[in-house]
Design a binder for this molecule. Structure first.
Ligand code: FAD
Length: 595
């Protein structure tokens, strides 16, 4: 049976030692009250909810799954109680607008709560995470009337929010979507069409479900420029905000799937359902992006969250399981065999996972701080630079975290040998659950294209150049510090590869657009490794300064993991540079019929 303990110590390291969160929040008007005295108890309470309430239901959710009967979806046993505990704890409103019952706290705090929620029960946390994205979109783009009637209930979680983009013939290419909306004159619309794969489209957790649906108006231009966003509730809200008349929104069926079985995946039919326009006509993608940008970071985090649980269980198993002897001779001569943690290959699997996890937690903390700066910093140039960083790193978090997360769940399953394949240990569920995060919220290849094709050239390359300059300054400032050389020199070499790749991509794109498509995946991984290298170098610097008097071993373990990262993982930047600059010819040469 798998276990989970929230990694509070490492979260505190990232927040307080690496990011200096209290000092940062003090400089962001509206967040001054987010002091350590407030932050740490919130994280501790979240850990209790996740360890004691959410995690015990993770396996139940997988075994029972959701069921569909008489047109209604039922979630697994215990999910309703856990959802109620989440709502009653006020967790949904942590960062939301105080005018609608939210607590207005920084995203840099809630991101750690989100990590625990996703680790402890990804299926259940999908319902709440989607609702959070819906709150952001409605608050930003909704009319005063819609916000008044719907937002407070979404913020407190009494009602939930879902995003409805995908149709059977249209996933990545939303320009193809056919769901239509027609005005009925009084600010309301009739929405007609069928969406598939809608997470939480129907469920029995919340009193009402508010669908954010992409559809076309009759005069819409073709393609993505003709898409509008509509709020389509399961129950129409009365003037006083209570749930009223049942709307023509119905679940047709639910999917049977590989993982996240406790999260309903619904076919949703809108049969002339009443809807309300959110944002401007034909500019629905803009409104939906407010929701999607949040969800993309959250889905990326699912990779980290599951890899954290996988690591914790695999490390405990490796210390316990006796097989074979150390290559150097018995390490536990009194026992019939040594614990498998003595074997270098087992350590490779554990350290790979741990090195990615801790860097990912640090990077996502940093990206979240940029989210807070981009919305709350008084200086517009700081806000702009922070928004650039968020835009640049959103595809990295989404795609790299979920790729390494899946790989790491596999590695940790491997640590268990055959037992990892048996349901009882919980490892195969992690592998199955992790897989979807590489696919939904845009398949990872699309995020690589978004990075290489859109985010790099954005504003003449301003975001990537500013980022590379920042890393370059970081390296230069530490050049004379011999104790840091083992971390900073490899980072400098990896940065040089990133600079070379960026220039190559820029030039190659002018000659042949397929070069961007062919290089994009490797480029994303290269940027991810450099950014992880930066996080490790900074973490190692703090650990070196604190290693004397380190009575828990925390800083020693940080240093050991940092060394593993720079010596065994960061050098992959060299092969990524080689493959991406090999060009598109070998990728595109074969005729389609020959595949
Ligand atoms: C369990 C689950 C839950 C989901 N939840 C939701 C939800 O809540 N709301 C919602 O709206 N949708 C949801 N989805 C849909 C999901 O977001 C889509 O499945 C995903 O975006 C991919 O779309 P698709 O399946 O149509 O694949 P396709 O678009 O057909 O893509 C197939 C493959 O081709 C690649 N590809 C496509 N176009 C290009 C291109 N231009 N360049 C390079 N490669 C390309 C893709 O990367 C992918 O590998 C969910 C899906 C699942 C399975």
């Amino acid at each position: 049976m798998a276990t989970y303990q929230a990694p509070l110590r490492d979260m505190q390291f990232v927040l307080h030692e690496l990011l200096g969160a209290e000092r940062e929040f003090a400089a962001l008007p509206g967040f001054e009250d987010a002091t350590r005295d407030l932050i740490d108890p919130i994280l501790e309470e979240a850990a209790k909810l996740c360890e004691n309430v959410m995690f015990p239901l993770n396996r139940v959710g997988d075994q029972e799954g959701c069921t569909f009967e008489d047109g209604e979806v039922r979630t697994p046993t215990g999910f309703r109680d856990a959802y109620r505990a989440y709502v009653e704890g006020g967790w949904g409103g942590l960062t939301c607008n105080p005018d609608f019952g939210g607590q207005g706290l920084p995203h840099t705090l809630s991101v750690f709560v989100e990590e625990m929620l996703q680790s402890s029960n990804m299926a259940l946390a999908l319902y709440t995470g989607l609702t959070h994205g819906a709150c952001i979109a409605l608050d930003k783009h909704g009319s005063d009337d819609l916000r008044r009637r719907y937002l407070a209930k979404l913020v407190d979680g009494t009602w939930s929010g879902v995003m409805c983009l995908t149709e059977s013939h249209c996933g990545t290419d939303l320009g193809l979507l056919r769901t239509r909306a027609e005005s009925i004159g009084d600010g309301r619309y009739r929405v007609t069409g069928t969406k598939i794969f809608i997470t939480g489209g129907d469920q029995d957790l919340s009193e009402n479900i508010v669908h954010f649906v992409l559809a076309r108006l009759p005069d819409a231009p073709p393609g993505v420029k003709g898409i509008s966003m509509f709020l389509v509730p399961k129950f129409l809200a009365n003037e006083d905000g209570s749930p009223g008349e049942r709307n023509a929104v119905h679940c047709g069926s639910i999917e049977h799937k590989m993982g996240i079985r406790g999260a309903s995946t619904c076919v949703m039919n809108y049969d002339g359902a009443t809807g309300y326009l959110v944002g401007e006509p034909h500019r629905g993608m803009r409104a939906m992006f407010s929701m999607m940008n949040y969800e993309r970071l959250m889905v990326g985090q699912q990779g980290l969250s599951l890899a954290e649980v996988a690591y914790q269980n695999a490390a405990a198993y490796a210390r316990d399981r006796l097989q074979g002897r150390s290559l150097k001779g018995p390490s536990a001569p009194d026992l019939p065999a040594d614990p498998i943690i003595v074997h270098p290959d087992v350590r490779r699997m554990l350290l790979t996972t741990r090195a990615y996890n801790e860097a990912a937690r640090a990077l996502l903390g940093w990206v979240s701080l940029q989210v807070d700066r981009s919305t709350h910093h008084p200086d517009p140039t700081v806000r702009e630079a922070a928004a650039d960083s968020v835009a640049l790193f959103t595809p990295v978090v989404k795609a790299f975290f979920t790729d390494y997360g899946f790989e790491s769940c596999n590695l940790c399953q491997q640590v268990f040998g055959g037992h990892g394949y048996i349901s009882e240990w919980g490892m195969e569920q992690l592998v199955r659950d992790a897989r979807i995060s590489q696919i939904y919220e845009g398949a990872n290849g699309i995020h690589a294209l978004d990075l290489a094709g859109r985010k790099l050239p954005m504003n003449g390359g301003r975001a990537i150049h500013a980022y590379m300059e920042g890393v370059s300054d970081f390296v230069a400032e530490r050049r004379g510090k011999s104790e840091l050389a083992e971390f900073v020199q490899p980072l400098g070499a990896a940065l040089a590869r990133l600079q070379q790749a960026t220039q190559w991509l820029n030039e190659a794109a002018q000659v042949n657009p397929d070069e961007v498509g062919a290089a994009s995946y490797d480029y994303l991984r290269l940027l991810a490794l450099v950014s992880f290298g930066r996080m490790w170098a900074e973490s190692a610097e703090i650990a070196l300064a604190n290693q004397d008097g380190d009575n828990t071993g925390f800083y020693k373990a940080k240093l050991a993991t940092a060394r593993f990262f720079v010596r065994r993982l960061l050098p992959n930047t060299a092969s990524l540079l080689a493959t991406l600059t090999a060009g598109a010819d070998s990728v595109m040469a074969m005729e389609a019929e020959a595949f």
